[in-house]
Design a protein around this ligand. Structure first.
Ligand SMILES: Nc1nc2c(ncn2[C@@H]2O[C@H](COP(=O)(O)OP(=O)(O)O)[C@@H](O)[C@H]2O)c(=O)[nH]1
Ligand SMILES: [Mg+2]
Length: 248
């Protein structure tokens, strides 16, 4: 499967060793999306692709269009090169490679069409998240779950896998409205597609390890913007029904 890794100015954060560990899973290939970075990301990604010919490739986008658009274009590219499973993972490897492999095991071992990593602090797992971000994130996820009318615990985890389905292709056909709440739009579109996915098609897998990494680009203002975007989505769905997830 071709896994999309959106990269915006990740030259100093993207760990080449982690990419190599990801590729140790023979099922996983890396589609690195350079989203109009202004640092040395392009050079670094080209080096990674040269080091792993046929297992890593780069998609160059410019100008910077935001994570949602980078993920959408990456997954479309993956589908167009025949990947039967697609997905995305944050470039900071907050979700480590072996957890991504566990998500893939879960997808392959079930009938699920979508597998979502869930950051649930619990005994036996290492989930390290700054308290303020955790609580803001919980408020956001609860609002998102209400808007989606789906009992999803963690809409915002940066590790998600999807089987190629008509619903996925329909969901990815046009850009998302929101730059940071695009995960919510994507899930909403899947449930509102012409051949919709139902709650039985989704599986959330609690991660065994997740560590908040420094250098997040989702600072206070972006978090508030994401929250406002979810409320706007909720308002459109309330007035126009689920197809509003497809509105531009
Ligand atoms: N394509 C793209 N990716 C972005 C942008 N901003 C952040 N990202 C990527 O989104 C992922 C998560 O970003 P991060 O800053 O760690 O945010 P957080 O962990 O969600 O707070 C990383 O892979 C980033 O490179 C952007 O403007 N465009
Ligand atoms: Mg991060």
């Amino acid at each position: 499967m071709w896994l999309t890794i959106p990269c915006y100015n990740e030259a100093s954060r993207l760990d080449v060793g982690e990419v190599a560990r990801l590729l140790e899973d023979p099922r996983v290939d890396a589609l690195l999306v350079n989203d109009g970075s202004t640092d040395r990301t392009a050079e670094l990604l080209a080096e990674i692709a040269a080091k792993h010919p046929s297992r890593a490739r780069v998609l160059e986008l410019s100008p910077n269009g935001g994570k949602g658009e980078a993920v959408r274009r990456g997954m479309l590219e993956a589908l167009s090169i025949g990947s039967r499973v697609v997905g995305y993972l944050d470039a900071d490897f907050a979700t480590p490679p072996r957890e991504l492999s566990r998500l893939l095991d879960a997808l392959e071992g079930s009938e699920a069409k979508v597998v979502l990593g869930a950051r649930i602090a619990r005994l036996g797992a290492v989930v390290e998240r700054n308290a303020a971000r955790h609580y803001l994130g919980r408020v956001f996820a609860t609002a998102a779950s209400t808007v989606l009318d789906l009992a999803v615990y963690d809409t915002q985890c940066g590790a998600k896998l999807f089987r190629d389905t008509p619903a996925l292709r329909e969901a990815l056909a046009a850009p998302f409205r929101s730059r940071w709440a695009f995960d919510v739009e994507l899930i909403g579109r899947l449930t509102a597609a012409a051949s919709p996915l139902t709650k039985h098609d989704f599986l959330e897998v609690p991660l065994g390890e997740w560590r908040d990494k420094r250098g997040s680009k989702l600072a206070g203002p972006a978090m508030l913007k994401a929250g406002a975007d979810v409320l706007k989505l909720g308002a459109s769905v309330a007035t126009r029904g689920k197809r509003a997830f497809f509105a531009r």
